[in-house]
Design a protein around this ligand. Structure first.
Ligand code: G5P
Ligand code: MG
Length: 226
């Protein structure tokens, strides 16, 4: 019987996590769970949890671990018969340890993208605030300039995508991600990809996953052995 496949993708803001995740989900049939998407959903719905996280997300700060694990782990517990891919979670060692306690990961992808590339991408990034849909004026422009493809509403740029705020966010990312990367390295499941172009990185990730995901998933997710 084929085993479930549980993976995560890590990388700094703008590194291509979302773009690559969508390709993985489509090609390999993994359920896609983006922590940023769930946070934005809560914010848009004006839920109590949404209001709580809004001030963190708006300032580009990490949402506290207990909120993130409370948001993500119950969703994973409901996906006992699916293979899945996490985008943006875990992001701290606290989150990684909490995840490890409930489910054993099979593979973690870490994206290493040069700062200058991230700066260029994010300064060209436009967002539809209500849905979180992301555009890039060179890579995936909207059909009508300045307008969301689905709703036709105006697109905006984030203040924290400006160069000085971005530099601080990237430094912070490195500090916080290091113990998470070290943990997955020590478990032998970390795969790092470096480069400036998502379209060049993608074939390597695609080949790697083709060697790991052979058949459709059938069995339930088992907690790790201690
Ligand atoms: P998110 O939503 O996880 P970030 O900041 O980590 O947000 P983001 O912005 O979503 O990451 P990404 O998914 O890594 O970036 O990259 P992407 O969206 O695919 O690509 C970025 C842009 O570049 C897009 O416009 C894309 O089209 C373009 N692009 C991609 N590839 C190429 C290329 O090859 N060339 C070019 N030219 N362009 C390209 O998290 C948001 C916030 O939520 C909170 C935090 O506050 C976070 O800041 N949060 C958490 N807090 C605590 N713990 C967690 N686990 C949290 N998760 C989220
Ligand atoms: Mg993203």
């Amino acid at each position: 019987m084929a085993k479930l496949f549980r993976a995560a993708i890590m990388g700094p803001p703008g590194s291509g996590k979302g773009t690559i995740s969508k390709r993985i989900a489509q090609n390999f049939g993994l359920q896609y769970l983006s922590s940023g998407h769930f946070l934005r959903e809560g914010i848009a719905a004006n839920t109590e949890a949404g209001l709580l996280v809004k001030s963190y997300v708006e300032r580009g700060l990490l949402v506290p671990d207990h909120i993130m694990t409370g948001l993500m782990l119950p969703r994973l517990e409901q996906l006992t018969s699916h293979s899945w891919l996490l985008d943006g979670f875990p992001r701290t060692s606290g989150q990684a340890l909490a995840l490890n306690a409930v489910c054993q990961m099979d593979l973690v992808i870490s994206l290493n993208i040069p700062f200058e590339t991230l700066r260029e991408r994010l300064s060209d990034r436009w967002i539809h605030p209500a849905s979180g849909r992301v555009y890039n004026m060179g890579f995936n422009p909207p059909c009508v300039q300045g307008r969301d493809d689905i709703s036709g509403e105006p697109l905006i740029q984030h203040d924290d995508d400006k160069p000085e705020a971005l530099l601080a966010r990237l430094r912070h990312y490195k500090d916080v991600a290091k113990p998470v990367i070290d943990l997955y390295k020590s478990l032998g499941i970390l795969h790092q990809f470096s480069g400036t172009d998502t379209n060049r990185i993608w074939p390597h990730i695609n080949s790697l996953l083709s060697t790991k995901i052979h058949t459709p998933p059938l069995t339930a997710c088992q907690p790790p052995m201690h």
